[in-house]
Design a protein around this ligand. Sequence first.
Ligand SMILES: Cc1ncc(C[n+]2csc(CCOP(=O)(O)OP(=O)(O)O)c2C)c(N)n1
Ligand SMILES: [Mg+2]
Length: 190
Amino acid sequence: MAMKPEEALRAIAAARGDALCVPTMTTAPAWRTLAPDDQSVGCVGFMGGASSLGLGLALARPDRRVLVFDGDGSLLMQLGSLATVAGAAPRNLVHFLFKNGVYHTSGAQEIPGGGGVDFVQMAKGAGYRAAYAITDVAELQRRLPSLLREEGPILVELHTGLADKTPMTDRGGVPFAEQVERLRGRLIAS
Ligand SMILES: Cc1ncc(C[n+]2csc(CCOP(=O)(O)OP(=O)(O)O)c2C)c(N)n1
Ligand SMILES: [Mg+2]
């Protein structure tokens, strides 16, 4: 049974501690609601860039966990980023992949391969330390404490339905440059 993406994000929000978070695409509006004033930086315009943005943060701040909330269409478009992340081997990076089978944000067109692409195998093949698929929110809640302590980089493929909101139906939020400045200020202070 696919979980609701908002439920998955709620579980992550409850377990994340002081982890830095990088939402993208349909996770962005939901994350704004769940964690309105925290240490997050969204990746919306630069499709496929979430894990690279997360990688930069993870390398810059090895003392903090970095959690990426990626889209399946986005990751497919920049599939080589799996090898980049694996090659850099950030121990503190957890790459959550929200697998809904479609490009929801741009109109829910089916992604290449539909829901059949196995990102767990792809991440392992690229050299991630570990990769898992999780299909229900109870299992996610149960496993999150250890997933967030495990040595990275790890990929967690979450099987989800469609989000209630997309960046197109729920515009707004803080402009990217401002988010970066805000996060930089907080990281320097911490
Ligand atoms: C290079 C590029 N091509 C196309 C787009 C248009 N676009 C924005 S969001 C999106 C779909 C994202 O799909 P996915 O990563 O699966 O996230 P979801 O919306 O399903 O959460 C597309 C095609 C873009 N932003 N950048
Ligand atoms: Mg998608």
